[in-house]
Every structure is written in structure tokens, then in C-alpha cells.
Design a binder for this molecule. Sequence first.
Ligand SMILES: [Zn+2]
Length: 230
Amino acid sequence: MNVKLERLSERIWVFPYEEKRDRPNLSYIKGDNWSLAVDAGHSVDHVKDFYKALKEEDLPLPKLTVLTHWHWDHTFGMHAVNGLTLANAKTNSYLADFKKRLDEEGPKFFLAMDPSIGYEYEDGKPVIVRTADTTFTGEVMLDAGNCPVRVFQAEAPHTDDSTLVYVPEDKVLILGDCTGGTFPDWKFDKELGNKLADTIKDIGPEICLPGHWNALSTDIIIKDLVEGEG
Ligand SMILES: [Zn+2]
């Protein structure tokens, strides 16, 4: 299956999510000087498919990959990305913990965690976990060349290590899974939902991109958060 990139805005393209292997959207932000990706994908194959789609559009490979949170489907392709990786310090400590467990126990428990993981790794390729090259706490501003990118932590219902990425020129906010409930029981903390809704309102994006769904208007995202549906 040849999945194509979709253009979301002037500076942003998305390699779209897939349900079967629980692959999230991988975003690509192109500045005048360099490009970055948001999220590293489920495995080496996810990264390869993403980069193939970039090459088809004559887009240069990202020099940096920013992680939205530690979950495997967003991070276990990290060992295969071009350039450097950036995560908040909490995400990196969760990745280090998970890597330690895999080293100690082997990949069996991970492969059994969800059917989608079994599908992603059904060819028997190794599960490789890396921590990010660079970490931040709070917020960091990047400039890819006439293209400022705000990378910041926010309290959110999905995990307690959420990083959001905002491209102000395009008014696009990349959310990862942060608006959803927790894995695997999908419990949704209303207070955290409201906090995140306030954070998003303050930013005022026009387009919000969830991890495993199409881009949505800010109004719909806020409504779902306030109503506690994630
Ligand atoms: Zn997640």
C-alpha cells in the first residue's frame, strides 16, 4: 500500500494515520532552512514509508524529530530517523524505563499488549527503543527558517508527558494523542480535559491535528474536551 502525504497548510504536511497497525499521523514542518518531523512512528517500517512519501514530494528529510509523548506507536521508529530527536525530559525517562524492561524481559510482553502492535511487528523485526538525543523541560522555540515552531509541555488527559507543537504562521497545533483518555482503559480525567481546553483556547489555533484522526477545527476539539469525550 502506497500511502501519500497530505498537505495540511503552507508549511505542514501529514503522513496519515492507519488504524490496523495503530500508526499515528506523522507531521512534517518545512522551514526555509531545515525541516522537522513530529513523532517518529511505530517502527523502522513506519519511518521508511514516511520518508518514501517525502521523497515522492521532493521534500528534504527532517533534521529533527520531536516526540509528542512516549507511547510506542509514536516513538519506536526513533532509531531509524534522520538527524536528531527531541523529547521532554519526562518522555525520555519513560522511554528509558521501557527500554530497560524490554532488555530484561524481551519483547513478548510488548507484542502482546495490543493486537495493533502484533500487526506492526508481525514480520519478526526487532523492537528497538532509543531515548531522545536532546531533552527540554517546559518550552522551547525553534526556527526552521522563517518558520517559528513552539514546542511545549501541557497538562493533558492522555499521559502526563504531553508535548504539543504549534506553528503560529500556519495556526496549526499538533496534539499527538493528548486529548484522549488513558491507555488501555481510556479513562478520561475531566479536570485535565478542561485544563487542556484552556491551554488550546489561549493559543487560538485554526487547525488542530490529533494523533489518530483527521485534522479538526479548534471548536470541535474544545467541545470534545469539555464534554469529557477526548
Ligand atoms: Zn498515546
